[in-house]
Write a protein that binds this ligand. Sequence first.
Ligand code: MV4
Length: 530
Amino acid sequence: MATSPSKKINPSTRSSSLRVDGERIRTIKKILIANRGEIAVRIMRTCRDLGIETVAIYSEADRAALHVQVADEAHCIGPAPSVESYLIPEKIIDAAKKSGADAIHPGYGFLSEKSAFSKACADAGIIFLGPKPETIEAMGSKIGARKIAEAAKVPMVPGTKEPLKDAAEAKGIAKKIGYPVFLKAVSGGGGKGMRLVEKEADMEASLTRAASEAKKSFNDDRLYIEKAILNPRHVEVQIAFDQQGNGLHLFERECSLQRRHQKVIEEAPSPFISANTRKKMTEAAVRLAASVGYTGVGTLEFLVDKDENFYFLEMNTRLQVEHPVTELITGLDLVKLQIEIAEGKPFSLKQSDIIMRGHAVECRLYAEDPENNFFPSPGRIEWMTIPEGPGVRNDSGVYEGAMIPIYYDPLIAKLITWGENRRHAFQRMQRALREYEIGGFKNNIPFLRTLVENPDVLSGKMYTHFIDDHPELLKRRPVDLPKEIIFGVAAYDRTKRPVAAPVSGVATVGRETMSQWKAQGLRDTLGQRF
Ligand code: MV4
């Protein structure tokens, strides 16, 4: 696919092979991004910053998608369903070879944590922007990860490190560690296929159901058992390792506001943990990653109880959705780090150079209807007003006029704000969400506004089941019009062409015209959207 020459960057500005400390540096000049949506666009932005050419892949449903338009070059890899396109390693490696890309960035989801894909890239002589296949494989088995954590003396939830043999064994272990317990799939992760067992009488039925779910989801029916931590907080540590074995942590993220294992709001740092807990947790994370010879960026998930005891859960060997909050408090670009690590460059930073400054919050914008059980709501973006101003970052994969396909994750954008402290970051998030307008389909912006204005959220009282425990958060609130209209004007203007309101010779649209607008019944029109 041809692209305009004006977009082309000159890759010759990136010097080729040089030696640092006797290690070979392989300069990356062209990266294929094996993903779509906001993360593909975000990765391409860093590539452009670094003078690296970008290659997009796209399915037939994504011909006009933003990531295709942003890339220097794009290749169609098949029909809309991801099992026929974004999930097929051969098609992606073929596109990489055709385009002459030296590296592939998998983003998150799709093939990002498939060791076979990482291996296939290596076999094709293409750099995979992620850890070695053996590391992905080792962390893919949750009992394998528990054995690694134990060897590295990282605290974890009491439970088993071998697959369960039968119900009698499961009952014996559960009795010893105490109910309630969780049955989890050995090949699971991200909360999929977990089952809470509250008492011995439920064990047999739970085992049968959990095993059949695990078989269906992961083609592996092996289960293990863990003591259940009640009302935990979900805190994760960002780490990075270069190929020389230097390890760093980039502090932690708080991810407790979630619904059905889908995170809704994340922030950094965690408002719950003390400096002492932070030190112990980040040291444990670096120790665990070092013990497996980790390379690249990665995340260690922990559960934290009310007494700030922390327990290792699992490791994610990819760039995560919520990485921008870490970028905003550290000033680092995690994609740039990934690229430099893959090139074989040793870190130029020491741990003491990484300083946490201020606070960051991220809201995930989904094309789904909070008032209808978060049912996905695809469609066309009829209009969109994007927040701007101090401390605001919008990572989006869409544009006004774009179609949201039904085939993929309904995440359309991430809104991230930075502030000098938590309160300031949330104030900016409240402001930015009031500016944000997306029309044409149902989305969760009103729900996000409710959340970031909630007193319990603002005082840091949330926990993993907070949203489930507060169904009233899902109800749309009446909103007072005058506050909203400051930015609502622009949106109204674009839906009701012509641009200028044809009211008694008034040619400009602004706050002065509001009373006339009201006379035209504007309140009713806007009322449908707030
Ligand atoms: C747990 C747990 C409590 N105790 N394990 C969810 C994500 C996945 N990585 C593991 N998860 C959990 N594992 C033990 N032993 C609580 C969670 C958990 C959770 C569980 C049910 C519903 C929502 C949850 C949100 C975050 C964490």
